[in-house]
Design a protein around this ligand. Structure first.
Ligand SMILES: Cc1cc2nc3c(=O)[nH]c(=O)nc-3n(C[C@H](O)[C@H](O)[C@H](O)COP(=O)(O)OP(=O)(O)OC[C@H]3O[C@@H](n4cnc5c(N)ncnc54)[C@H](O)[C@@H]3O)c2cc1C
Length: 461
C-alpha cells in the first residue's frame, strides 16, 4: 500500500532539534518535506513537549533551555502548512526506495517512496549491566528525566543518580529543583579526567558553564557528589533498596535509596541508517559504532543524509546546526540554490563543537573495566533473560567472536529492544572474553522492524 505523498518526497525522520532545522531549511528553499516522528508531538528528547492537558510552565520544564525550547517549538509550529507532518508514526523499515511506517495510535501502516532521506533520529541512553539492574526502581538517566519532564513525576522519593555523563548532574539537579530527595550523585569518571579535558571543555561556552553550575548547586544544597567510583550492584528484594559502590580509595559504600537513575552517556539511534545501507565506523572517543557521515551530513549512500545525535552524539545545539547543514547539503546535491556562506559558517561552528565533544568523551570516559567485569550471573539481555555467563559459554563452545554470531547462538539482542539496550554491554563481554579490541567484535546489525510492530496491522489507504 502506498501513501498519497508524491513519488519524489524528501523525507525527514525525526522532529527534534535536528529534524526541525532540516525541515525549516528545506521549506525556505521551496521544498515541502514529509516529516515523520514516532512521538505524538515535535521537540525530540531535550525539548519534549508535555501531553495535552498538562500545564507546567515552559521555564519549569526546560530550565535554562526554555528560550531554546520555545524557539525550536515555534520554528516547527511555523512550518505546519508547509510540511507534511506525520506524528505518532514509526519508521520501522526502509527498503528499495520505500519508507515503511506504522501509526502508533491506529496501527495503520503505510509505505512512502522517497527521493531523499534526512535521518534525524536522535540518541538513547547507554547502560552497562550490573547485578540488580533489572530490579524495580532502577531506571536509565534519560528515563528518569522523561518521567519528570513528560509526566511531572519522580522515579522515587529517595533517588540516587549514578554512572557518568553530563546528563548525570543535569538530571540530579532537575530532580532536586523539583523537590525530590537526591541521596547522592555517584560519578564513575575520575575528577582528574575532567581537569585534563578542560581545554576542550571550555569550548562548550555556556553549556560548560551550566555543567559547572549544576555541580556547584548540588553541592551547595547538601547533595553528596563523588567522582571516580565503581558501581558494584543494586540491592533489594522486591525493588531497589540500595546502591553498592566502591569509592576511589577502594572502600565499599552502600547508599540507601528507593530508586536509581543510571547511565553512561548516549548512543546514536542508528538503526534506520543501517537499514538504508549506510556503512558504520568505530568512534574511539565515544567507544561506539556510528554511521559514516561527512561534516555536511552526507552519508556514502546517495540521497541519504544524517544529522544530530543520530549521526554522532554532540548535543542539542550541534543538532540544530547539523540539521540545517544536512538540508543545505541536500539542496546543493539536487542542484538547488543554497546559501554557501551559511554552510561554511555552520561547518566552522560544528568543528568547534566537535572539540567540545572530544572533551566530553575524555571527561566522562566509558567505564571499560566495569563492563569487562560483568559477572557471569548478571543478566545482559533482559528481553531474552540471557546472562553474561550464558553468552560467554556460547562463545567458548561455538567459537563465536562476532556480535551477530553471538546473537544467533545465544539470542542476546534478539528480543524487543533488538539490541538497542543490551548491545553495548554484550559487546564488552564478548570483546573481553575473546581478548579482542571492542571494535573487532563488531556491532549488532539493525534489523526491521526497528521497534516491535503488531503482527496484523491495519491496512493503509
Ligand atoms: C532521554 C534523553 C534525555 C536527554 N535530555 C537532555 C537534556 O536534558 N539536556 C540536553 O542538553 N540534552 C539532553 N539529551 C540529549 C539531547 O536530547 C540531544 O542532544 C538532542 O535532543 C538531539 O537532537 P536530535 O534532533 O538529534 O534528536 P532528538 O531530539 O532525540 O529527536 C529525534 C527524534 O526522532 C524520532 N525518531 C527516532 N527514530 C525514529 C523512527 N524510527 N521513526 C520515527 N521517529 C523516530 C524520535 O521520536 C525523536 O523525536 C537527552 C537525550 C536523551 C536520549
Amino acid at each position: 500500500m502506498s501513501d498519497t505523498a508524491p513519488d519524489n518526497a524528501i523525507v525527514v525522520i525525526g522532529a527534534g532539534p535536528a529534524g526541525t532545522r532540516a525541515a525549516e531549511t528545506l521549506v525556505k528553499a521551496g521544498v515541502k518535506p514529509v516529516v515523520i516522528d514516532e512521538a505524538p508531538k515535535s521537540g525530540g528528547q531535550i525539548y519534549r513537549r508535555q501531553p495535552d492537558g498538562f500545564r507546567r510552565p515552559i521555564e519549569d520544564l526546560y530550565g535554562y533551555e526554555a528560550p531554546k525550547a520555545r524557539a525550536v517549538h515555534a520554528a516547527f509550529d511555523g512550518l505546519s502548512d508547509r510540511i507534511d507532518y506525520r506524528p505518532n508514526t514509526l519508521v520501522w523499515e526502509v527498503r528499495e526506495g520505500l519508507v515503511h511506517t506504522i501509526d502508533n495510535a491506529t496501527d495503520k501502516r503505510g509505505s512512502l517512496p522517497y527521493a531523499a532521506l534526512v535521518l534525524a533520529t536522535g540518541a538513547m541512553d547507554r547502560v552497562v549491566p550490573m547485578p540488580g539492574w533489572t530490579l524495580p526502581g532502577v531506571y536509565t538517566l534519560g528515563g528518569a528525566q522523561i518521567a519528570l519532564k513528560f509526566q511531572g513525576c519522580a522515579i522515587g522519593s529517595r533517588v540516587v543518580f549514578a554512572g557518568s555523563s553530563p546528563l548525570l548532574y543535569l538530571v540530579a539537579y532537575q530532580y532536586a529543583k523539583a523537590g525530590a530527595k537526591v541521596e547522592a550523585v555517584i560519578d564513575t569518571a575520575p575528577f582528574a579526567a575532567k581537569v585534563k579535558a578542560l581545554p576542550d571543555l571550555v569550548l562548550g561556552g555556556s553549556t560548560f558553564a551550566k555543567g559547572l553550575y549544576y555541580v556547584g548547586w548540588l553541592r551547595a544544597h547538601g547533595v553528596r557528589c563523588v567522582s571516580g567510583a565503581t558501581l558494584l550492584r543494586a540491592e533489594g528484594k522486591d525493588g531497589i533498596e540500595a546502591l553498592v559502590w566502591r569509592d576511589s580509595g577502594g572502600g565499599e559504600q552502600r547508599t540507601a535509596c528507593d530508586a536509581l537513575g543510571y547511565g553512561f552517556g548516549l548512543k546514536s539511534e542508528s538503526q534506520v541508517a543501517d537499514l538504508c545501507g549506510v556503512p558504520f565506523r568505530f568512534d574511539q572517543g565515544q567507544r561506539q559504532f556510528v554511521p559514516e557521515v561527512d561534516a555536511a551530513g552526507r552519508t556514502p549512500v546517495k540521497g541519504v543524509y544524517a544529522c544530530g545525535d543520530g549521526a554522532t552524539v554532540r548535543g542539542a545545539d550541534a543538532a540544530e546546526l547539523a540539521g540545517e547543514r544536512a538540508a543545505l547539503a541536500l539542496l546543493e546535491d539536487r542542484g538547488q540554490a543554497f546559501d554557501r556562506a551559511r554552510a561554511q559558517a555552520l561547518d566552522a561552528a560544528l568543528a568547534k563543537l566537535n572539540r567540545f565533544r572530544r572533551g566530553m568523551d575524555a571527561a566522562f570516559p566509558f567505564p571499560v573495566e566495569m563492563a569487562k567485569a560483568i559477572a557471569d550471573d548478571t543478566i545482559v539481555c533482559r528481553c531474552e533473560a540471557i546472562t553474561a555467563g550464558e553468552a560467554r559459554k556460547w562463545m567458548r563452545d561455538l567459537g563465536a567472536m562476532e556480535m551477530n554470531r553471538v546473537k544467533a547462538f545465544s539470542r542476546v539482542g534478539m528480543g524487543r529492544c533488538q539490541g538497542r539496550v543490551c548491545g553495548t554491554g554484550a559487546a564488552e563481554v564478548v570483546a573481553a572474553e575473546c581478548g579482542l579490541p571492542i571494535e573487532e567484535v563488531g556491532r549488532l546489525r539493525g534489523q526491521a522492524p526497528v521497534k516491535p510492530v503488531p503482527l496484523d496491522p491495519a491496512e493503509g489507504e
